[in-house]
Write a protein that binds this ligand. Structure first.
Ligand SMILES: NC(=O)C1=CN([C@@H]2O[C@H](COP(=O)(O)OP(=O)(O)OC[C@H]3O[C@@H](n4cnc5c(N)ncnc54)[C@H](OP(=O)(O)O)[C@@H]3O)[C@@H](O)[C@H]2O)C=CC1
Ligand SMILES: CC(=O)[C@@H](O)[C@H](O)COP(=O)(O)O
Ligand SMILES: [Mn+2]
Length: 393
């Protein structure tokens, strides 16, 4: 039987790279594509669904249904729309599901998929940040597997093959430093969305690119590391590495360090998860070490990037703090993109939300159910909107 594949977020940067690899590895002749999802780009979603002969294409937005249906006319691909349809797509039996919706919206489809014991290739880092213990418990309960796709976490995963987690002394994830790595710190407050939306090394969606510039991406990834690998936060660090060629390093108790090195091309991490536990040829550039010549590292300064300090506080606090942190970050990012607040105010908003919500014991509770996580997410967004209004005045 052909391998059954579903891609959530097929029209995005990770989704497109996944479609590219599937196509190169035989496409519809090799795989049984169960469902593809997208958001507003229904024309591209329909194109992908036709090319891969998917059974179902789902747009997250109800109002996009008619356009999707029209774009799929005569193709034999079923159309559906809305969050409920997304969740139902996750109930359709699949062997491998890519979770590449951006933001907390990726949590529900991923959780639903895990309940069916599938293999979840997880690019959506927000799932682990908001509901790590719940996600891992659900996977364990249903015999499902989560394969990390975020480049740093794929790198750590690969460095750990054949190793015991008890042998790990520390984990170092690298950060490019983002668009403003070399800017004077005083200039950051005037940075615009356009300037923040350009990454020095990686081609990615806009939201993660801006998160890279503010280091909120690295903050999410520190938490993701703690949640996925179960490592004590004191043993996890970030270091600025402007070339983005080393993705992560694992230090072992005997002093050895295993570093994962490769070009900044997500098709490596996606292809590794797609073909795991095998390795297949992948269309990524091969590094010429002599041409590269040298690799550079700098400290990840918490005064310049307060998101990193906040990540430490979130990891120490645990419970539902990750859900509040992520939601506040998403709301602050929306406000920055809408020019309601400045670049450096994003961290101020997130910190103010955490301060406000940690006033009662809400955040210390464990994310024991999806409902609790979604409720915390909602409260944090409300608090962030209120704080943004205060800053605008
Ligand atoms: N891009 C990268 O290289 C990396 C990304 N990641 C993570 O992977 C995830 C995806 O990132 P990326 O591909 O860059 O993001 P993009 O913005 O490029 O793509 C996001 C995808 O999600 C869809 N989408 C947007 N909003 C919603 C919503 N509310 N509900 C359902 N679907 C929605 C988009 O649809 P449409 O475009 O049709 O509107 C698109 O298919 C993120 O969690 C990111 O942090 C991790 C490591 C690297
Ligand atoms: C490709 C990937 O995994 C991104 O998350 C990447 O890490 C972003 O680059 P930064 O190191 O600039 O955050
Ligand atoms: Mn990453």
């Amino acid at each position: 039987m052909a391998r059954r594949i579903t891609i959530f977020g097929a029209t995005g940067s990770i989704g497109e790279n996944t479609v590219d690899l599937l196509t190169r590895q035989g496409g519809a002749a090799e795989y049984d594509v169960v469902a593809l999802s997208g958001g507003r780009n229904v024309a591209r979603l329909a194109e992908q669904a036709r090319a891969l002969q998917a059974d179902l294409a789902v747009t997250a937005h109800e109002e996009c249904y008619d356009d999707l249906k029209a774009a799929l006319a005569g193709s034999g691909v079923e159309a559906a729309a809305g969050p409920q349809a997304l969740a139902e797509a996750a109930d359709r039996p699949s062997d491998w599901i890519m979770s590449a919706i951006v933001g907390a919206a990726g949590l529900v489809p991923g959780m639903r998929a895990l309940r069916h014991g599938t293999t979840l290739a997880l690019a959506n880092k927000e799932s682990l940040v908001t509901a790590g213990p719940l996600l891992l418990a659900t996977a364990a309960q249903h015999g499902a597997r989560i394969l990390p796709v975020d480049s740093e976490h794929s790198a750590i995963f690969q460095a750990l093959v054949g190793e015991e987690i008890e042998a790990v002394e520390r984990i170092v994830i690298t950060a490019s430093g983002g668009a403003f790595r070399d800017w004077p710190i005083e200039a950051l407050k005037n940075a615009t969305p356009e300037q923040a939306s350009s990454h020095p090394n990686w081609a990615m969606g806009q939201r993660i690119t801006v998160d890279s510039a503010s280091m909120f991406n690295k903050a999410l990834e520190l938490i993701e590391t703690k949640e996925y690998f179960g490592i004590d936060p004191d043993r996890i660090e970030a270091v600025v590495h402007p070339e983005s060629l080393i993705h992560a390093l694992v230090g072992f108790r005997d002093g050895a360090i295993m570093a994962h090195v490769g070009p900044p091309d997500m098709r490596h991490a996606i292809g590794y998860a797609l073909n795991w536990p095998d390795r297949r040829d992948l269309p990524v550039a091969r590094l010429d070490l002599v041409q590269i010549g040298q690799l550079n590292f700098r400290p990840a300064c918490e005064a310049r990037w307060p998101a990193l300090r906040l990540a430490r506080e979130v990891m120490q606090a645990g419970g539902l703090t990750g859900a509040a942190f992520n939601a506040a970050k998403e709301a602050a990012l929306d406000a920055f993109l809408a020019r309601q607040i400045g670049f450096t105010q994003m961290a101020e908003v997130v910190e103010a939300v955490l301060d406000r919500l940690s006033g009662d014991s809400l955040l210390t509770k464990s994310p024991e159910s999806l409902e609790k996580v979604l409720e915390t997410d909602h409260l944090a967004r409300q608090a962030a909107a209120d704080i943004v209004r205060g800053l605008e005045r």
